[in-house]
Design a protein around this ligand. Structure first.
Ligand SMILES: [Zn+2]
Length: 314
């Protein structure tokens, strides 16, 4: 989508009214014209009594431009959804409910909070395409803070979770990632992660200390490295871990235990969409028709060595 806005001001100009948003949705979902989801018919007319709703000429089914998306049945204007989604998709911090309420002049905090919660939930929908090619895998420990811990200073007992991460690597450039909490350090847990997230034939580069030899299944072509200096031999995944640390501290001021996997999923979503803002935007809106899986070569565009997220400046 070459014409996707590059800045928030450009975005506001482009999507300033309901018609602009609805036309964008229709063009994205039905690039060759409306297709009835009921019968597949291509002939339809727009209803005058319902906004942005098509009636199929063949079967009579009515389909709203927002049907099946995150905006379905919402009373909020499309411009509100679009603005909040754009900010959530393009800013590392997303947006807080209070700020959203203020920026958009929403009547209630609850409305803003629900909007934020829905958008964040869209981030935890897993990418169905498993990692492929050369994949670096390692474990790390993530400290969480307890309910009463303000997250700054003071003496406290740090509790930690074991997190396993995987990243596609090609010529020192990073592709997509996966992060998951492991119940323990066992090879069985690691193997379950590998089975779920690596494509058959992927080359797993893994440290022996992680139980790599035991965990690698017959589907993966094992490339098990030595037992020393794992962070030097697995620079890609350790770069991901350090970015995760920075993000967790700066954005969330430390992670809370009960939401740990949700935070990891948000980080994974942001990382994997870092070069496709249009795809992140559509993915959050739930516009499934335009979901193209993000091919590896588009993610690792030339000259970008993935230092940081590479989020655009507004
Ligand atoms: Zn139909």
């Amino acid at each position: 989508m070459a014409d996707f806005p590059r800045s928030l001001s450009e975005f506001e100009q482009r999507f300033g009214d309901e018609a602009a948003c609805a036309e964008y949705l229709a063009a994205t979902r039905w690039p060759d014209g409306f297709v009835c989801p009921g019968c597949g018919g291509g002939k339809s007319w727009r209803l005058e009594t319902k906004s942005w709703t098509y009636e199929c000429a063949r079967c009579g089914r009515e389909t709203s431009v927002t049907a099946g998306t995150i905006m379905q049945h919402s009373k909020l204007p499309l411009t509100t959804w679009f603005w909040a989604t754009y900010v959530m998709a393009t800013q590392p911090r997303g947006i807080a409910a209070l700020q959203l309420q203020h920026e958009l002049g929403l009547g209630s905090y609850k409305t803003a909070w629900l909007l934020c919660a829905k958008l964040r939930r869209s981030m935890i929908v897993p990418d169905p395409t498993p990692l492929s090619g050369l994949v670096e895998i390692d474990k790390t420990e993530i400290a969480w803070r307890s309910r009463n811990d303000p997250g700054t200073g003071g003496r406290r007992k740090q509790e930690k979770a074991v997190v396993v991460g995987a990243v596609e690597v090609q010529d020192l450039r990073l592709g997509r990632i996966r992060l998951s909490i492991l119940p323990d350090y066992s090879a069985i847990s690691l193997q379950a992660f590998l089975t779920a997230h690596l494509a058959p034939g992927a080359t797993a580069k893994i440290d022996e200390r992680s139980g790599g030899c035991l965990a690698l299944g017959t589907n993966h072509d094992p490339y098990v490295i030595g037992v020393t200096a794992a962070d030097k031999d697995l620079p890609g995944i350790h770069r991901v871990f350090s970015e995760l640390d920075v993000w967790a501290l700066s954005v969330h001021h430390g992670l809370r235990r009960h939401h740990l996997q949700a935070y990891l999923d948000e980080f994974v979503f942001r990382f994997n969409h870092r070069r496709r803002r249009d795809a992140a935007f559509l993915s959050l809106l739930g516009v499934a028709a335009a979901h193209s899986p993000l091919p590896y070569d588009q993610l690792v565009s030339r000259g970008t060595h993935a230092r940081g997220f590479g989020f655009p400046r507004q």
